[in-house]
Design a protein around this ligand. Sequence first.
Ligand SMILES: Cc1cc2nc3c(=O)[nH]c(=O)nc-3n(C[C@H](O)[C@H](O)[C@H](O)COP(=O)(O)OP(=O)(O)OC[C@H]3O[C@@H](n4cnc5c(N)ncnc54)[C@H](O)[C@@H]3O)c2cc1C
Length: 389
Amino acid sequence: MKVVIVGGGFGGVKTALGLAKDDKLQVTLVSDRDHFLFYPALYATATGRSRRQSIIPISDMLAGSRVKFIQDTMTSLDTERHIVITNDHQLPYDRVVLALGVVTSYFGIEGLDKYSYSIKSAHEIYRFKRHLHDELTSEHQFDKNYIIVGAGPTGVELSAAMGHYLKRIAKKHKIRQRTVHLSLVEAAPRVLPRMSERASEMVEKQLKKLGVKVMTNKKVESEDDDSIIISGKDIPSKTVVWTSGVANSPFFAEHSDIFRLAKNGRVEVDEHLKVSERVYVIGDNASTPFTGLAQTAIHDAMFVTKAIRAEAHKRPLPTYRAKKQPVVIPVGENWAIFEFGPLRLGGFMASMVRRAAGFVGYTDYLPVTTAFKLFLSEDDLEEECSICK
Ligand SMILES: Cc1cc2nc3c(=O)[nH]c(=O)nc-3n(C[C@H](O)[C@H](O)[C@H](O)COP(=O)(O)OP(=O)(O)OC[C@H]3O[C@@H](n4cnc5c(N)ncnc54)[C@H](O)[C@@H]3O)c2cc1C
């Protein structure tokens, strides 16, 4: 049986590695990038940690497996002839798994697409860090305000780590200024709106301790090259980081003859994560109860592996069960918030849980020794210096 998986992220790579263990299956993974983004560590790479921890070659992950990897972009899906169509290939399939992830959405807010920064890809991180270094070397002082928009997990992690990073690069450029004005802006009434109110309070308190000004119930209205308007107030800033909006991959809306979209723009799937006989949709693309998390994408990948193997071996198809996942978010170096149902823990112990979860996350994709090396890799000072030049 030929299986084509599209998307080299959390869902796609995990599915490919799982299916490749079955000799009955020929597995091809197609992705538009040659690397895997370990999203939970991107904020750390954006604030001085090694890029190796979050940007991992797909070839390292597939080494020793039977997966054939093709770097290319899927442009269409022919469900009549069962072919994945990419820029340069036509790939016949018996089963196809789509795990294309999400894209940034600016909700049509003027200027954000042009002037704001983002940390969702290797290129965006480089552009952001380059800006921080360039500004410090040309102006010899901190920006008037560093503004992070969106107090979801990424905004919280990034704003908590920024102050320390800025002081570190200021020291490298021999700039003595001490005060950094850092703000975290959120349209909802509290930070981390998907967590409990108590967790939000604990995190807000911790952010304040780290010198982050938390602005809730505030909406970004527009941005230009040296200021941002937030709920009617013009605030000078050349450093706005947008961590807020995401939207489902546009591929699905562009192929509305094949996919039905739920209200949230994600794809409606049946109890086997299928949209039709041969097409599975998983991870961030699927409208499941806990979509939008790496752990859900891994859970979906494990389910789909089981389902396709069942089909290949003519066993009954299993039924998908959504699984609530624990959440743990770092807020600075040695503090994190952990929450799972009624269980909640904030502080140093939770930061240890987060570190352990990071290591376990790598072992889902890499041999334990490689995962361990990545986990322990030091800050890449050489890389930081090449940004300074
Ligand atoms: C900054 C950030 C931090 C996060 N932190 C956490 C966290 O701490 N914990 C957590 O659980 N979740 C976190 N998430 C969410 C998590 O990363 C996603 O839920 C997860 O990546 C979803 O996996 P996926 O396989 O569906 O998509 P992805 O991992 O995004 O993979 C999609 C892949 O498909 C490729 N692709 C897209 N279109 C095409 C095409 N047409 N042809 C070929 N390839 C294509 C993309 O390049 C990408 O490689 C974070 C997300 C972000 C953005």
